[in-house]
Design a protein around this ligand. Structure first.
Ligand SMILES: Cc1cc2nc3c(=O)[nH]c(=O)nc-3n(C[C@H](O)[C@H](O)[C@H](O)COP(=O)(O)O)c2cc1C
Length: 228
């Protein structure tokens, strides 16, 4: 049953709520996710919303030791502190952005929307094509910021994954600390028009996870929120 990954947990009974810390310095190597948890964490990032439904992303998921070791190759030198967070995780997801928002991708999105029943008329399809093209061209040619724009969309998927994992009481460690050039090379990403941007490892926290025991620290609400 692959219907709705986010609600699937409810069909199997909800585990009692416990304190959840979204970022974990250390994950238990022996802890494996139950299969239903894995299905649930595989999909939410890919289901995230993105501007004009551009979906400028790709996800590389590793759950074998060999797969995780390939990703961990990008944690040499000053990134070595992240290596155990990859090797001891149950699953590791590399979030990749497209290098270009090209015609073939825009066409693939449009045809998928068509297959999914988004267009009642040919005019509706043409309208969607035109409005997506407007925003794509705005970022490609006018503001010339298509790369950061695509990465903004990717981070929505990243946040969605972290939140979905938290809702399922699966612990996660977000990581920007890796050598993107080395990882792109190891996974052959650039040849496929992709580049690695950020990594999430998933599992269950280890007993010596120092960060889980620390209190959360955020700037006070009145310093970062303005009510009108
Ligand atoms: C995009 C992003 C990248 C991060 N990169 C790393 C990283 O490479 N290694 C690491 O140990 N923590 C990393 N973190 C964790 C943050 O340091 C952590 O979330 C922050 O200090 C707040 O702590 P908390 O998550 O426990 O509240 C990253 C977090 C985010 C959101």
């Amino acid at each position: 049953m692959d219907s709705d990954p986010l609600t699937e947990e409810r069909h199997h009974g909800h585990r009692p709520h416990r304190h959840h810390a979204p970022h974990h310095q250390s994950l238990r190597p022996e802890a494996k996710n139950p299969r239903r948890d894995l299905r649930a964490t595989r999909n939410p990032a890919a289901l995230a919303p993105s501007s004009v439904n551009s979906q400028p992303w790709h996800f590389v998921i590793a759950h074998t030791d060999e797969g995780k070791a390939r990703i961990a190759k990008a944690t040499h030198g000053s990134f070595a502190y992240n290596q155990p967070k990859i090797m001891n995780a149950s699953h590791v997801i590399v979030f990749c952005a497209r290098q270009a928002l090209d015609e073939s991708h825009l066409a693939a999105v449009l045809e998928q929307e068509d297959r999914d029943g988004r267009f009642a008329t040919p005019e509706a399809k043409a309208g969607q094509r035109k409005s997506r093209r407007y925003y794509a061209d705005l970022h490609r040619f006018d503001t010339k910021d298509v790369q950061p724009w695509m990465e903004k969309q990717l981070y929505l998927a990243f946040g969605t994954l972290l939140f979905a994992a938290a809702a399922l009481e699966i612990d996660a460690c977000p990581m920007e600390g890796f050598d993107a050039r080395a990882l792109d090379e190891e996974l052959g990403l650039r040849a496929d028009g992709l580049t690695s941007v950020v990594i999430a490892s998933l599992g269950y926290r280890s007993g010596d996870d120092f960060n889980a025991a620390l209190p959360k620290s955020r700037l006070p609400a009145d310093a970062i929120i303005t009510h009108l």
